[in-house]
Design a protein around this ligand. Sequence first.
Ligand code: SAH
Length: 348
Amino acid sequence: MEQLDIKSQDLPELKKTVEGLSEKPFRAKQIYEWLHKKQAESFEEMTNLSVSLREKLERNCQILSLKVLEVQTSKLDGTQKYLFALPDGNVVESVLMKYHHGNSVCISSQVGCKMGCRFCASAIGGWTRNLLPSEMLDQVYKIQKLSKERVSNVVVMGTGEPLDNYDNLLRFIRMLSDEKGLHISQRNITVSTCGIVPRMYDLAGEDLQITLAISLHASNQKKRERLMPIARKYSMDELMKACRNYFEKTGRRLTFEYSLVGGENDSQEDAEELAHLIKGLNCHINLIPVNPIKERSYVQSDKKVIANFQNKLEKYQINVTIRREMGRDIDGACGQLRKSYIDKKEDS
Ligand code: SAH
């Protein structure tokens, strides 16, 4: 019999599991706190449970745990990249970034990705599978444990499209912010999407306080299609409607991510068109100088071009920041640590 992934269970489910083992429901809360507040890695540690309950749990359930394969630390800014092995041997990558306002962990939501964005390293190997809630949670738990740093922010911006793994993502968010767990405020959780429009409407109705970031990367349909295949499925028009709806329903200010690709989307006209596109929308724009990957010929925009792009948007009273490049000296772009590990394995 396959063992139950107990770390993916929310409290109501855990109550049912405990009852199924002929135990009192209040035990569920104790187990939940062991797993998610104290991040226990074995049932043995759960000393306020009876030995017989611990044995029953041992027989029926597993506590999923990621294995660290590699940690790279930036000498420039202390950013750390973690390569984790999942129980089935797949690998995922997560990042710890240290800011003045607190520590932020960037997690992966899938093994690989189906979305195929042209400049993204994670797109190259394609998609393997969704991550379970426990596998997303354990990226945060393990980083907190290993780095001994308190994690205050979580961004779902690593490998994968989170809204393509919707149910597990939702459970992850609710469990991560639960006061009986790590209790990270939903206001400190950001989910980044390439724009799966129907799921954006669903998300708007979930009564969450999270920040939604949309990977826009272009100011019109034609240019967006060139960089992101998803644009052919959901038009710019539909996407912007979904964004406006998200703000109306949740009152949460949106973030737009715009990766500046030299000569592709970084002209003054592009900036102007972008300003018109988001007119009247309560949002913030995050400009990301594209991180070149060796499989593609995209290049970064010149510093001057980036500054001009920012200035143009500011003239329209748009909130805009240029993303600081963190950990430049350690396997650059998102997904590259994982990719270089897989490439090495295939070569050997
Ligand atoms: N699938 C989600 C989240 C993962 S990517 C999404 O599309 O939003 C996180 C962000 O990094 C996205 O905005 C993505 O477009 C961007 N990104 C990916 N590769 C990049 C690269 N090489 N340079 C700059 N930004 C990149």
